[in-house]
Design a protein around this ligand. Structure first.
Ligand SMILES: [Fe+2]
Ligand SMILES: [Fe+2]
Length: 361
């Protein structure tokens, strides 16, 4: 049974019990002795079955129990919720930071019962109106028949993390643009390819984190072009057989540039750089992979890259009209491109066009 009497109540019970025992042993009211002993017992153990049966565990008693488990002057918010979701206790920082919280669902939109029954430990993140971010550790307890929530201010950590991600993105785009400007692409090409790739990944059922990784990595698909001589890269006309052979090495050069890193973004970028010119029917390069042997990252970026390159004007060519681009994708479905990805592109075309409008050349 839960400790259900506060320290103050316990002391009163011990005192009262002792008085009853003393009174009982000096008079004819012998029955007072067992009653007194019982009171002393409940006082010493801080457990009273009658209070428990009457469900009269007071808030004070709960504070007494749980505050004992906390550092006395804990500067972080702490809450205790009963199994009916109502707030049973909150410390001063909790009251100050979250004055509107009255039940568990005001804090986290989760069903409370499974957390208690399975004594789960869950984490959640909460952003306040003032921009502060709190990490909440939620612990269910059968003994307590409730939930304890410990908060921690992680605003600075989140900001630092965001800073790292933003820096990474900028470097990645800059690297991607180096590859593209070496060839004849324009700056926004890599941004559009990034967004098309993320969208295709999500539509294809890839989870959010992995899709974000593909988005970050895909701008570097042509980074290997830094290793292609100007004579080939900037040749105005069509490449001859030998020149095209040199041009094709950009896939492997890119792979070798990126593959040494153990960072997930660069590992992903290495796969994309290596495989974005492979074709579904095996007629691509550099490894002539076929079908699903081509990594999904490579297949996704292939669709995104070609969709964008055709739709953009270059010094040497006009932008293709949309119906001509779609015609090509229908023709190349299962030839150049993964048929499923082409279907996703065609079925969700408005979403792709929104991205195109977002980054006009
Ligand atoms: Fe390429
Ligand atoms: Fe490209």
């Amino acid at each position: 049974m839960l400790i259900n009497i506060s320290k103050k109540d316990s002391n009163i019970r011990v005192l009262l019990g002792t008085l009853l025992v003393a009174l009982g042993s000096h008079s004819l009211w012998y029955l007072l002795i067992p009653a007194g002993l019982m009171l002393i017992h409940t006082g010493l153990t801080s457990k009273c079955p009658i209070t428990h049966l009457l469900h009269q565990e007071t808030q004070e008693a709960k504070e007494h129990l749980f505050v004992n488990f906390l550092p006395r002057y804990n500067p972080q918010p702490v809450f205790i919720f009963k199994s009916d979701s109502q707030l049973a206790f909150s410390n001063k920082p909790a009251k100050k930071l979250f004055p509107e919280v009255e039940k568990f669902q005001d804090l986290v939109r989760t069903d409370i019962q499974p957390i208690i029954n399975q004594e789960l430990i869950q984490r959640s993140k909460l952003t306040l109106n003032n921009g502060c971010v709190y990490s909440l550790v939620i612990r269910g307890s059968i003994q307590l028949d409730g939930i304890v929530v410990y908060g921690a201010d992680i605003t600075e950590i989140v900001a630092l993390n965001q800073e790292i991600i933003e820096t990474q993105k900028e470097i990645v785009y800059a690297m991607g643009e180096i590859g593209e400007t070496r060839s004849k692409e324009t700056g926004d090409h890599v941004r559009r390819v990034a967004e098309y790739s993320e969208l295709l990944a999500l539509l294809n059922g890839i989870n959010k984190d992995e899709a974000e990784l593909i988005k970050l990595a895909s701008p570097m698909h042509d980074i290997g072009k830094v290793g292609i001589p100007d004579a080939v890269l900037k040749k105005p006309g069509k490449l001859d057989k030998d020149e095209f052979k040199i041009m094709k090495t950009h896939a492997e050069i890119g792979f070798n540039l990126l593959n040494h890193s153990s960072r997930p973004v660069l590992k992903t970028a290495a796969v994309i750089a290596y495989q974005h010119h492979e074709k579904w029917d095996g007629s691509g390069y550099p490894q002539q992979l076929t079908g699903e042997n081509i990594h999904i990252y490579g297949r996704i970026t292939a669709v995104a890259d070609v969709f964008d390159a055709l739709g953009s004007a270059r010094v040497y060519k006009e932008a293709w009209p949309l119906d001509k681009i779609l015609e090509l994708f229908k023709q190349q479905r299962g030839v150049h491109f993964d048929p499923k990805l082409v279907d996703l592109l065609l079925e969700n075309l408005p979403l792709f066009l929104t991205i195109r409008e977002k980054y006009p050349n």
